[in-house]
Design a protein around this ligand. Structure first.
Ligand code: BJW
Length: 259
């Protein structure tokens, strides 16, 4: 259902639109929930990936050392789901916020690349990008290695068939696993944007994975208004200044219409 001007969030939407219009710097932080309406599975919750798969077996450096083939197969399966997905009205509205709002910075924990597809010019992808591979020897990053070749390689049996860099070393997915540090350059840019923000929109994230989960508190400490957009409560909900309860694919376009 579309969020209409007289809907349950109407007063809060108008209030958020007012604050956004007056703000000199705005940050949006997104999580898996913004891509849920595009058909990309989230991690937690009833249908979440971690209900079916164990993070310890698939999303840690140890898991990759133990069984790189299993990890690659999981990532290639996820790529195939993402390849079939298109940006939804939530991604598209955020891309337009870039031109409508002053100093708008988009931070995302998502690895699916849908913000770029929607037209966002420079989303800071804090947890990496599933479409890139990274050389386990040199650390060099390879954009969009051919998926079909990798799929065949990853499922054809021999260990030497794992996706490889031109130097011969095995590639790994260019994403951030549990226990790994985030790219310091991205964290620095993100923290600078968070510190100068006057409004922070926290959209579709369970807000429990650190260090990103600390960003709303940092923004709040600097005096920013925190707006949570989510279909459910999170640990952030009680500390948010405004909570817009509902699907981001409906609420973000509704917010944009009020700007
Ligand atoms: C909707 C919606 C709709 C649905 N509209 N909303 C104990 C205490 C504190 C910290 C730790 C601890 N033990 C370990 C740690 C550290 C750990 C951590 O935070 N763990 C917590 C889980 C406890 N963090 C790390 O390990 C990080 N690294 C680190 O700390 O490094 C330290 C270090 C420094 C220097 C050197 C070495 C180390 C790294 C974390 C990496 C996270 N990686 C993943 C996988 C990425 C790759 C991949 O995709 O495979 O990132 S895990 C997964 O969680 C993914 C996500 O980006 C991340 C966050 O999930 P997100 O986006 O919030 O999704 P969900 O599913 O949780 O939530 C969806 C939300 O959407 C829900 O709220 C829904 O209600 C909502 N929703 N539909 C609006 N339509």
């Amino acid at each position: 259902m579309m969020e209409e001007s007289g809907g349950p969030n109407a007063g809060d939407l108008a209030r958020v639109a007012d604050v956004l219009r007056g703000a000199h710097a705005v940050v949006a932080l997104t999580g898996a929930g913004i891509s849920a309406e595009s058909g990309v599975p989230t991690f937690r919750g009833a249908e979440g990936l971690w209900r079916t798969y164990r993070a310890e077996d698939l999303a840690t450096p140890d898991a990759f050392r133990r069984d790189p083939r299993l990890v690659w197969e999981w990532y290639l399966w996820r790529r195939s789901r993402i390849a079939a997905a298109r940006p939804n009205p939530g991604h598209l509205a955020l891309a337009r916020f870039e031109t409508r709002l002053r100093q708008f910075t988009l931070l995302t924990q998502n690895v699916d690349g849908l913000h770029r597809q929607a037209g966002s010019r420079d989303p800071i992808e804090l947890h990496g990008n599933i479409w890139r591979g990274r050389c386990t020897a040199s650390g060099c990053v390879i954009s969009r290695p051919p998926v079909a070749d990798e799929l065949m390689a990853a499922t054809s049996g021999a260990p030497s068939d794992l996706p490889r860099c031109a130097c011969g070393a095995v590639l790994r997915p260019d994403v951030v696993w549990f226990g790994e540090g985030l790219d310091p350059e991205k964290v620095d840019r993100a923290v600078a944007a968070v510190r100068r923000s006057k409004v922070m929109l926290v959209i579709g994230t369970s807000a429990i994975v650190y260090p990103v989960a600390a960003f709303p508190a940092l923004a709040r400490h600097g005096g920013a208004t925190i707006v949570e957009i989510n279909v459910a409560d999170t640990p952030l909900t009680g500390d948010a200044d405004v909570v817009l309860r509902g699907a981001s694919g409906e609420l973000l376009p509704a917010l944009e219409r009020l700007l």
